[in-house]
Design a protein around this ligand. Sequence first.
Ligand code: BDP
Length: 716
Amino acid sequence: MISLRLIFLFLIISFSASAQKDYKLWLQYDKIANTDLRTKYLSDIQGIVSLGNSETAVTSSKELENGLTEMLGTKITVKSKLDQASSIIIGSESSLNSEIQKASEIDFNQINDEGFIIKSISIKNKKHILISGKKDVGVLYGIYSFLRLIQTNKSIQNLDIIDSPKTNIRILNHWDNLDRTVERGYAGFSLWNWQKLPDFIDQRYIDYARANASIGINGTVLTNVNANALILTPQYLEKVEALAKVFRPYGIKVYLTARFSAPIEIGGLKTADPKDAAIANWWKAKAKEIYTIIPDFGGFLVKANSEGQPGPQNYGRDHVDGANMLADAVAPFGGIIMWRAFVYSEHDANDRAKQAYAEFQPYDGKFKENVIVQVKNGAIDFQPREPFHPLFGATPKTPLMMEFQITQEYLGFSTHLVYLPKLFQEVLESDTYQKGKGSTVAKVVDGTLYKNKITGIAGVANIGNDINWTGHPFAQANWYGFGRLAWNPYLDSEIIADEWLRSTFCNDENFIRPVKEMMINSREAVVNYMTPLGLHHIMDTGHHYGPGPWVSNLSRPEWNPVYYHKADKNGIGFDRSKTGTNAVAQYAPEAAKIFDNLETCPEKDLLWFHHVPWDYKLKDGHNLWDGMALKYQEGVNQVKAMQETWNKIEKYVDSQRFKEVQMLLNIQYKEAKWWRDACLLYFQQYSGKELPIGVEKPTQSLEYFQSLKFPFAPGN
Ligand code: BDP
């Protein structure tokens, strides 16, 4: 009896310990396994000297104290004065005394307000490490960067690290509704417990802020772009304030989505016309009300006249009128407007991929100074692969903000392991040619191409109240990687994966090497088994779960997969070349030329830009049909290889996360085969060709795949 009870207790303890691992994200702070290294660190880190006393400074020193104590396995204490021990000295420029300043010889002009410097210094013949910045928030970022060095077992000798974020706004967009459902959310319900706020502060809010600060995220839009005006009422603003207060010490500002028709819905007015003085005044008063409660409120994110949302066009006005009216309301308080360019209309017969550019490019230079236009990475909608959006680089006088989707709406939800920084990097590295060769998307986004004042990167969050935050343990890497790239859009996704794995799991090379490779390859795998060679938007309708290339019965033509693949007896693909919709002409001439020509168009984008005959010869000699079928098979094989990799690393991972990932990879493998079989059976009707050798025969019929329905698919 007793032993049974003991076993039970042991099970509970070990379960909650590993559940905690899931919860702790990349801030595990595990004790350093290599004892020699730990001893070495301990000789350099005998204490912490914390010079600041702001809320942020106190938060920083607590984080450093906890992190170091856990990793070094010895209590590292915080002191306020330097003594004879080698210490980590932390404090902003103004808190450094003349002795430290002299010893460090730091030139603070090398960093911006959020930047930091980590430097090995010597005072009275004693070695110390100084972590400083112009402001306390920079010191906070420096501390996380220093902790990362230890987490990843790097040397801390002769440090001289100077780093500043390259963008101003590094922000998560939560598509969270007030009833706590999350649009396109696959990790449970919304973190924001509106019913218990403002009085109940969930520990989650604090850990959310820590996680974000640790990767440099400095803003969060709490609410869905398909907005509810109620968030702007006093009852809710008081709750928003409570969150803002939790996030403030971590350098994170709160933003909200503004429903354009709010003056009608909560203001009792008859119109929301941006040119009506009463409306402009209503927004001015609303902004004042918000800033009175939340002085550092960031501003509004707006989805207007897009997918049925209200906007200025309802009153015969345009996006500029709408954005500028709101910009005027928040300008006195230093607020900004992030106005989305995700527009397309069923009444526009134009290729959907052309509509946002057609509408927004002519507005260049017309927006107020505190408006930034938020553009999705591609011209359609967060597909496994899209060429970069033609608006990037095409608006020299209007700052553009990147919008990535971290939540995997079109990439297998939180069930598929897909490492997204690889996708983000591909987009950021793309050359727009708008100011000659080398005019990359990253340079547009960080403002160096056109010297923009406001710059930013937004990511649609993949976070919910699941214990592990993101549904899939590896989806945490997408949140992490997003933050790191928002900080520095030139970082390499492989380095990011390395950091994340070491901070989240362990430093053992036998684990890191294969698992990193698995992550890096996972992005191409999903492209292969879902939408190879430039195919796009062939997911089943509404929920976007699983394949649905046959769907053709929706009222809006551009919501139907057949609109995008255009498969027929002659071939497959969307002709966006000069002879088709001429979408290529929206790019700079050099880029347009590359995409327009079948010979030079990258094969990965082939069917995005061209309708190609089934017999067309691909670069590897296969005809298009065979090449496409082999890509689908390759995707399946890649997932199988991922499973094999994972099954070999069991001894390096706690049993819970091992098992979770194993089960998820099993689902991914099943679904990769589903994608391959359903798509190939469907397209085969048009190609009329046999499957090439090497491609497995489907085990079900096309009718079977078409009959599958998912009325309760999440996030819809
Ligand atoms: C689409 C989503 C939809 C969003 C929309 C948007 O399916 O739920 O509301 O984008 O970004 O991808 O506004």
